[in-house]
Structures are given as C-alpha cells and as structure tokens.
Design a protein around this ligand. Sequence first.
Ligand code: CTP
Length: 404
Amino acid sequence: MLQGRAVLLGISGGIAAYKSAELARLLIREGCSVQVIMTRSAKKFISPLTMHGLTGRPVYSSLFHDHYRAATAHIELAREPDLAIVAPATANILGKTAMGIADDLLSTVLMAIDLEKCPVILAPSMNVTMLENPAVRGNIHTLEARGFLVADPGRGDLACGEVGKGRMAEPLELLGLIKKRLLGGRDYEGVTVLISAGPTREALDPVRFLTNHSSGKMGYALAGAARDRGANVILVSGPTALEPPWGVRFLPVVTAEEMYKVIMDNLPGTDIIIKAAAVADYRPVEPSGQKIKKAGEMQLKLVRNPDILREISTRKTVQFLVGFAAETENLQENARRKMEEKKLDMIVANDLGQEGAGFNVDTNIVRLLYKDGSVEKIPLMSKIQLSHLILDRIRKHRGTETEK
Ligand code: CTP
C-alpha cells in the first residue's frame, strides 16, 4: 500500500529500539524505502548492521563522519522523505526538538524538516516518572502544538521494572498511524470546520469571574487534526493555557456572549461545526464596575447565557453539527436528550467520573451518539487519536447525510 513512499526512521537510545527493527521490516513489506538515522546511544541498543540489513540502505548517524554524503547531508535527508518517524523517541530527543537544539544528525534533520510537506511522528518511550515529568510533558505539548504527531505511549510493564505508561506504541500501531498520514492524509481538503474550545469567563467584577475546568485540549486537538487532514479550520477559543495550533484561523474570545457573536458571524461558509467548548450557562446580571468588597453573606444574581448550539441549529443550513456533553451521571440519556434538543447530527459524550476522561488530561473515554440512534463506545485513547476517530466518523455520517 505504501509502494514508492520514502520514510525516514529516526532511532534514539532506548530499550524499545529493538521494536524499530520490526517497524522497519513492516514498512519495507509495504513497499516503502526506509532511511534510518540512529543517534549515538541508539547504537548501544541495536546494531546499525541490523537496520542496514533490513532496509538495504546504509544507516546514518553522524553529521560529519558519513563520508559518502555532502556537508549539507542533513538538508538532503530532510527533503527526501514523505514522512519521518522517531521511534523510540527519548526524553532527550523530544527536549532537543522542542527547544530547537541541533547537536547531532537526527536532531539537525528534524529541525530541517518542513512539517507542511513531511509529517513527523514521535513515539515516546521512557520510564513512567520521566514521562510524567513536567519538563517532558511540556515538551510534548509544545511539539504537538507545532504540528508534530505524538504516538501515545502504552501502559504496561516497563524495562525498569515499574508498571505504568511509557511503553513505545507497538510497531503495528505505528504502521497504522503512518498509513493514515500517507494515504488518508488530506481527506478534509476544501472543507471548512469551525471548532469551539475551552471555557468561557463571566466577570463578577474587574478581578473575579465565573468559569469551569475546561482546558481546551480536546478542541485544540480536533483543530490540529482537522488542519492536518487538509481542512480550513476556524478555532474559536475561550481563555486557555495552550498555544494556538499553527495554520488555523484563531479567534480568541472571553465570554459566552462573545463566543456566540463570533460563531454566528462565521457560520456562513462553514461545512462542519464542532462545539467542544464548555460554555458558561449563566453570567452575573450586572458585573460590578468596581471590586466587590466583602460584607456578610452575599447573593449572586445570574442570568442565562445564550445556548450557542441551540441557536446554531435554528440557523444552520447545510452544516453538520457536532456537540459535546460532559456528564457526571446518566451519560447516555443526558447526551441523547441534548442531541435531540439541540438538533445535532452527532454528540461526543464524556463521562467525567472516569479516570483518564474529561478535563485537563491528554486522554479521553467517550461514547459517540448519532442521529440515527446508534451509539459507539470508544475506549481510552489520546485526545489526538480521538480527534482523528471523530473526524473519521463525521466523514462517514456526513457522507450518508449528503446522499439522502
Ligand atoms: N453549549 C452551547 N452554549 C451553551 C451551553 C452549551 O453551545 N450556553 C454547547 C456546548 O459547547 C456543548 C453542548 O452545548 O457542545 C453541551 O454542553 P453542556 O454544558 O454539556 O450542556 P448544557 O446544554 O449546557 O446542559 P447542562 O449544563 O444542563 O448539562
């Protein structure tokens, strides 16, 4: 299926390097040409000879000592592939790539790759505590926000004897990701997707506001995934700590009323609307112009905010409408009711009670409910993987809608 495609396989120094041999073999079997670059420490884990034997090509590892290439080898190596994958990606290579450090061949080639032309997949592999280290997590976020695709590491026994998250994604899973990027890559070309994300803030006074725990991660992941698949993406976002994804039209807002206005202004011309935002249902009747001073008991008077989704459903023309439902009880019934009331084509139901689901985590566990009454239970996966799955389902259901 991948006949004639060129893949650059970067291997950095981790126990999981042995799995890269299997990945190379799978890629070759699919008809790819595979160019391997190994870091110095990778060679301590697996022999370059093994990789040479499997790929039929010499393995590169140094900026200066591979004599058969010119001084600009790193540029050539960055220009040649249709896709690059770093598997395993250690904390070190993730950190260097995030921070713009190029001190060996692999980090230099990664810096010279144009992500618009050549997608890069990073497959982290490390001890669970290292993976949870804020520096590593921050680097992974930075890389994802810049357009790198991170293959979520699996849970299980780790080489260090601990049990937890940190195992490199399995070769077959990586092959699946590669195929998706190379074959199914641009299936949203020419489609305009409007996504709302994050919380809204409703001012009480100049220093205080009402809001919720939404981090914006799900909406931003959807925006990045839709952009990667060729969509024109409009991201309307409440205040979050995330970097706006590159290549999308980013429209920041603060309040529900602002979000309402910006979405309505941008409604014409959109094909798909995904409302991942956690919109505040109420706002203070009259925010105080001055800081409210404490004095005994206090009563807050709130008024309803517009229900943006409901309003869209009354005005929409051809748009495919996707909502989210965040629930702490009766997940499916509540989600189904919201879908019917707001006349949605599909709703993503989030069970906030489950570990690994909902606010401020990088994973989610959801159920997808469709207008035709069907339901799909989706297991725990990264918000990026889930985004691609949601986009797959939208395509499928939107296709059948258009055929009707
Ligand atoms: N939503 C919206 N405008 C609002 C409230 C919610 O567009 N004022 C959208 C959200 O973006 C989400 C969906 O409606 O896609 C469901 O949001 P949720 O807060 O779960 O549901 P509500 O309808 O507000 O119901 P409740 O708060 O009573 O659970």
